[in-house]
Each structure stands twice: as structure tokens, then as C-alpha cells.
Design a protein around this ligand. Structure first.
Ligand code: WT7
Length: 575
């Protein structure tokens, strides 16, 4: 670590007190005073995020700017309040009750944000799905959660296998083509139901520990896991958004993440609105021109994105930046994968700002480690633990490792936004807490003398590609469903732009031979069955795959072979 590499803070008047001071005096209990339930005892995330502001001077403040290729709209806090009231009534009218899981499966649009708040207002649980999911991915999640309703679009409806899902009774479609009801489900038109619903709603007050949102995420084995967060998470969303995103009333905040992923809900919805901030949502696909013009158009001041996006912007070249007025920007943040020091230096050069990396996971519900706006930044480091958060680097026996040594990144339990369960999988949930008193993240990291944390990789086989977390098992399962495939193993392979790319090794069944057509067909099969981002960029056919004696495919051996690294202990490998 070169000292000249330390970047001094460029934010002069941060919301946040100096780090050491904040840490010394911090108590999550004090944060509770920011909420009305501190006095009333009545809790609801949607009330704190929307209605509370609609009853103050913020009522005509813009809560949401939304645009895509076709739409260009804005919504005040008051408009969001009444729209989400309407949607809450739509849900009540069809019989949705507290605790029911209501899923969202559609591209980013204002309707997504209205729906999230409406679902929460009736005490139901939000289940976000990424719009690129194909049938199997949708099926797994709706089946496991026993979802009773889904909000989707006519275009995505074919990927919702409602006839095979006995719990899924209600399908609300944003768009015109609404099928006739059948014995499996009732269909509703979003616009029509909204128009007929009352604007007045009695909010369902819930307990702080009542379920709020269920995000599915991939592990290295098994089906996707349903990570459950409760209303109490608002304490963390609020405080981390205030201090780390440095949100103030005059800010225009843009979180580029899709609400199908946790960043797009914790910081694309809850964090900013709990702080009464204005959020920008841009629909459609990534392009450097589109992104820079979004910053220019809305005069975005705070921009929260991901390393893969910054690397793509870097690859697009510095010249294009001169075509846009980005002078409104005052704070930039990144999450999801390692943010290379090189990218931080580039960001400083072209935007004149430090890009602040921070670390968390679907399971943690909110940011736990961060580069504070008011703190010197070490490019390449994820920053320091948030006040109130205890981080340790442990060995496999739960002993703390010396500074500088790489080990398992663990967090002292618990914190307000910690997951409360893995849906219907107590076993998996317990694995995270196998070291008493600690949450085991599954990441490897080290901590330096100054308490800055450095990322070292995943401790398991989970792949991070373009900022999305994919489980090799899901892709392998899909591949072996293909008639030509006998066995499959999937690894992440380092890639300059995407962090990792997906590489699949397959052994073919008798009668099939390797060909470009077959590879194409396998890709199509994964794309149609799972999602475009799960498609292996590289496919290699092998006669057989390395396995343990118990028949488990050894991904780490394939990875070592692929990267030309030592294979390590092969004692469990079959001959
Ligand atoms: C995994 C969690 C909630 C953030 C979005 C991803 C990796 C996250 C960083 C970072 C290096 C990071 C970890 C983590 N990760 N942030 N700043 N530097 N790696 O959430 O899909 O639950 O993935 O993302 O490996 O375990 P997720």
C-alpha cells in the first residue's frame, strides 16, 4: 500500500461526523428517533418512506423522476402516497392479506415503485423478480415462496407458469391484453383497477419484526434462496443512506440498480425515500450516452452504481464525457464487485471525484463496510465498518487473524437490516451463523492497520458477472436438462470488464459430438430457461469432469486448470 495513493475526501461539508467520532458515539437506538413509530409504536416502511413526507412541506417535492425511451414522468411524494393507496386498495379488494407474498416481475417503470409501496401498505411481502428471468427462474421463486399474486406485463406472462402454481391466484397485468379468468387464476388490468380504487387507505400497521421483502439470491449449491428482510431494516436503510450516500434535501439521487436486485430496493427505493430525497430512475438498457445524458438531464448530484458500469464507461473513452455537462455530480459510489484501484483513479481524473466503494450483500440488507465521504479513501479498499458494525477476519475455527492476513469476512451479529430467515430453509440460514456470535459472509478479505477492509474473493463458487450474482448450480442444472449433456460444471473466469464471465464445462452423452451449433443450442437453452445473464460465454467439451469420490463435481479443480494455477488438495478426487 503506497501512502501517496490515499485520496483525500472531496466532500467538504458532509452529513456525517468524523468517522472515529461517529463510531465512538453510535447507537442504533438513537436512529429510531428519526421515525414516527418512535412515538406511535405503529410501523410501516411505506408510511415512513412516502406518507410521512406527503404530510410535510415535502408533499410537492418530486419523489421520483422516471424516464425511458417512451416515457418521461415525475411523481411528488403526495402523488406517490395516493397512487400507492390506490394500489393497496386494489390488493385488498382481491383479498390480499398481511403476510401474503406478492411478486413483481416487470421492467423498471413507475408502476414498480407504486406497487412496492402499495404491497407494503397492506402488510404484504414484496417479492422482486428481475425482468430477464425466464420460466424456470420465475417458477423456482414463486413455488418456494408460495406467492399468491404477481404484478407483471402481458409480454412477460408466458414466463409465469401459473397453471402449475396452485398458490398463485391473482395476476395483475400492466398493459392492455388481459386474458379471461380461468380455473387457475384471476386476471386484472392494473390501470383499470387503479382507476376504480379509492385514494384513501387505512395502512396495515405491523410489528418491526414483520416480513417486508423477500429477495432471492444464488448460493453455490441448491436452488435460489429466499432472503427475508423485515420492516426493522428501515433503521439501517435510513442511516446508511444518510451518512454514506450523504443524501440531503437538495440532492438528486440516481441509483442505477434494477429493483429486481437488493441494491435497487434498499438504495433504489427505501434509503433515499426514508430520507425524503428525490430519486431518478432510468429505464432501458445501459449505454454511455444514455447514462451521461441522464446525469445531465436531471442534474444528478449523487450517483450510486457498480464496477462493471464504471469499467464500461471507462472503455467508452474519456472524449465522450466532454459532450455532457456532468458538473452537478458531487458524490459517486459503487457496490457489487471489486472496484479496481485503476477505476478509482480514472474516476478521479474524468469526474474530478472519488468513487466510493462499499460492501454488503443481499443477506445483510444494507451497507456494512464503506468509504465514507468524509474519510480519506484508499483506492482498491472497500472502506471501513459502518458505525455500530463490528467486522472481523476469522480463520475456519473462528479465531481472529492478524491484520493484513486474508481470511473469512465475518460480521458480529446482529444489525437492523440483517436477514431474518432463509424462506423455508432453516438449515441454510444456520450455516451463516456456524461461528457463534458471527455472521459468515462467504467472502474472503483482509483488514489493514488502519481498519480498512480489502476484498479477496468469494470463499465459495458463486460467480459475480457484470455485478450480478449467479449460482453455478442453477446453470449446471439447466445444462444437464439438455438432451446432449451428461454432466456440466460452471465456473467464473476473471474478465477485465465484467469481473467474471461464465464458463461451462460439459461432458456429452453418447451419440453427440462437439460443434459450434451445439454450443449455440446450449446457450439458447440456458437463456430461454434461466436468464440472459446466466448464459455461459465460453463452453468447453470434456470427456469427463473431475469429481470427488462421492460424485461431487470439483469446480475448483476445473478453475485451477483453466487459470493455470495449482490444483491444491486432490485427495478426495476419484481416479
Ligand atoms: C456479493 C454479494 C448488495 C450489493 C450487491 C450485490 C460481492 C459486494 C462488493 C465490493 C467486492 C463485493 C461479494 C458479496 N460484493 N460488494 N464492494 N467489493 N465484492 O449483492 O448479489 O448479494 O452479492 O457481492 O462477493 O458477497 P449480492
Amino acid at each position: 500500500m503506497n501512502v501517496s495513493d490515499i485520496l483525500q475526501p472531496v466532500i467538504e461539508n458532509p452529513n456525517m461526523p468524523p468517522y472515529e467520532e461517529a463510531r465512538a458515539n453510535f447507537d442504533w437506538k438513537d436512529v429510531e428517533k428519526a421515525f414516527t413509530w418512535h412515538e406511535t409504536g405503529k410501523v410501516n416502511m411505506a408510511y415512513e418512506a412516502i406518507d410521512r413526507h406527503a404530510d410535510t412541506w415535502r408533499k410537492n417535492k418530486v419523489a421520483l423522476y422516471y424516464s425511458d425511451q417512451k416515457r418521461d414522468e415525475k411523481y411528488t411524494f403526495q402523488e406517490m402516497k395516493y397512487l400507492s393507496n390506490r394500489f393497496g386498495n386494489v390488493l385488498r379488494n382481491i383479498g390480499i392479506e398481511k403476510g401474503d407474498r406478492v411478486f413483481l416481475f416487470m421492467p423498471r417503470s413507475p408502476e414498480v415503485y407504486v406497487s412496492v409501496m402499495g404491497i407494503l401498505k397492506v402488510g404484504a411481502v414484496v417479492g422482486p423478480l428481475f425482468e430477464a428471468f425466464m420460466e424456470q427462474a420465475v417458477r423456482d421463486r414463486l413455488e418456494n415462496s408460495e406467492a399468491v399474486a404477481i404484478v407483471t406485463t402481458p409480454a412477460l406472462l408466458p414466463r409465469v407458469p401459473y397453471k402449475d402454481l396452485p398458490h398463485l391466484k391473482h395476476i395483475i397485468l400492466v398493459g392492455d391484453e388481459v386474458p379471461e379468468n380461468d380455473e387457475h387464476a384471476n386476471f386484472y388490468n392494473f390501470e383499470e383497477e387503479m382507476a376504480n380504487a379509492s385514494e384513501q387507505l387505512e395502512i396495515e400497521w405491523v410489528e418491526r419484526e414483520d416480513p417486508m421483502i423477500l429477495h432471492y439470491t444464488s448460493g453455490s449449491t441448491g436452488k435460489p434462496k429466499g432472503v427475508l428482510h423485515v420492516h426493522n431494516a428501515m433503521i439501517q436503510h435510513y442511516q446508511t443512506a444518510k451518512w454514506i450516500l450523504d443524501l440531503k434535501d437538495e440532492d438528486i439521487f440516481w441509483c442505477t440498480a434494477d429493483p429486481g436486485w437488493v441494491t435497487g430496493t434498499s438504495y433504489g427505493i427505501f434509503g433515499p425515500w426514508l430520507n425524503g430525497a428525490t430519486s431518478v430512475i432510468r429505464g432501458g438498457r445501459f449505454s454511455p450516452e444514455d447514462w451521461y445524458s441522464t446525469i445531465e438531464k436531471y442534474k444528478v448530484t449523487i450517483w450510486y452504481s457498480a464496477p462493471t458500469a464504471f469499467r464500461r464507461l471507462m472503455a467508452a473513452g474519456d472524449d465522450i464525457i466532454n459532450n455532457y455537462d456532468l458538473s452537478s455530480l458531487r458524490h459517486i459510489l459503487s457496490v457489487g464487485e471489486p472496484l479496481n484501484a485503476e477505476v478509482v483513479h480514472w474516476g478521479k481524473k474524468v469526474y474530478g471525484l472519488n468513487i466510493h466503494d462499499n460492501w454488503w450483500m443481499t443477506e445483510t440488507g444494507g451497507i456494512l463496510i464503506a468509504n465514507y465521504p468524509s474519510m480519506p479513501l484508499k483506492p482498491g479498499s472497500m472502506g471501513r465498518p459502518f458505525p455500530g458494525i463490528e467486522v472481523a477476519i476469522l480463520d475456519e475455527n473462528g479465531n481472529e487473524l492478524p491484520r493484513g492476513q486474508m481470511g473469512s469476512l465475518c460480521i458480529k451479529t446482529d444489525w437492523p437490516s440483517m436477514m431474518r430467515k432463509i424462506w423455508k430453509n432453516e438449515e441454510k440460514f444456520k450455516e451463516y451463523f456456524a461461528i457463534p456470535g458471527w455472521y459468515i459472509s462467504g467472502d474472503l478479505a483482509s483488514m489493514d492497520e488502519d481498519g480498512y477492509v480489502w476484498f479477496g474473493g468469494r470463499d465459495d463458487d458463486v460467480i459475480m458477472t457484470s455485478g450480478e450474482r449467479v449460482g453455478p448450480f442453477e446453470i449446471e442444472s439447466k445444462l444437464v436438462e439438455h438432451p446432449a449433456v451428461a454432466e456440466a460444471a460452471v465456473i467464473g473466469k476473471p474478465d477485465e470488464v465484467r469481473g467474471e464471465i461464465i464458463k461451462a464445462f460439459v461432458a456429452l452423452k453418447d451419440g453427440y459430438t462437439e460443434s459450434d451449433e451445439l454450443n449455440e443450442d446450449l446457450r439458447r437453452h440456458v437463456k430461454e430457461g434461466l436468464a440472459a445473464h446466466a448464459v455461459p460465454r465460453e463452453i468447453e467439451v470434456k470427456d469427463s469432469l473431475p469429481k470427488t469420490r462421492s460424485g461431487k463435481i470439483m469446480r475448483r479443480v476445473l478453475k485451477a486448470w483453466e487459470l493455470g494455477l495449482p490444483t491444491g488438495d486432490l485427495s478426495t478426487m476419484e481416479d
